[in-house]
Design a protein around this ligand. Structure first.
Ligand SMILES: [Zn+2]
Length: 150
């Protein structure tokens, strides 16, 4: 058989050959049931993140990439529940203002990587900073005001 024919057969990342539960040793199954995660000290339920679930003891195993997806989607769920701007809202607003991530961070007197973390879903903005972002979006003159204050 030619090597090329194997290209469509790469094993799925989330179903490793050894699917034994690390706690009880029973076979685990792939699941997309809701998972809990903690964002800003608050528990949120995140749907649709693939993981291994042990039907015997309830153990859950998340590959690294899926653990990151759980965190990022948890941040989005948290934002919706608290009426905060989403990652996409923030990116769109920033682009409408014609600012780079670093320029917006500087205007808001934050660390240079803060806006990048908001837009990638690694961190969630505080309620106070969310309000500042909405002022930038909704109140004419706010950008000039922040530029004078910087
Ligand atoms: Zn188990």
């Amino acid at each position: 058989m030619k090597p090329l024919s194997d290209r469509n057969r790469s094993p799925r990342r989330s179903t490793p050959p050894d699917d034994a539960c690390p706690t009880c040793g029973k076979a685990m199954i792939v699941s997309k049931e809701e998972l809990p995660t903690v964002i800003n000290g608050e528990r949120v339920q995140v749907p649709g993140v693939e993981h291994l679930h042990c039907p015997s003891c309830g153990e859950i195993v998340l590959p690294y990439e899926d653990a990151r997806a759980l965190r990022e989607q948890g941040v989005e769920v948290y934002r919706r529940q608290h009426g905060l701007l989403t990652a996409e809202d923030i990116r769109t607003l920033r682009q409408q203002l014609g600012l780079t991530q670093a320029q917006l961070a500087t205007l808001l007197q934050l660390g240079l990587n803060t806006v990048s973390r908001w837009e990638s879903g690694r961190n969630v903005q505080s309620g106070a900073l969310d309000l500042l972002l909405k002022l930038l979006r909704d109140v004419p003159g706010t950008l000039d005001y922040l530029r004078r204050a910087a």
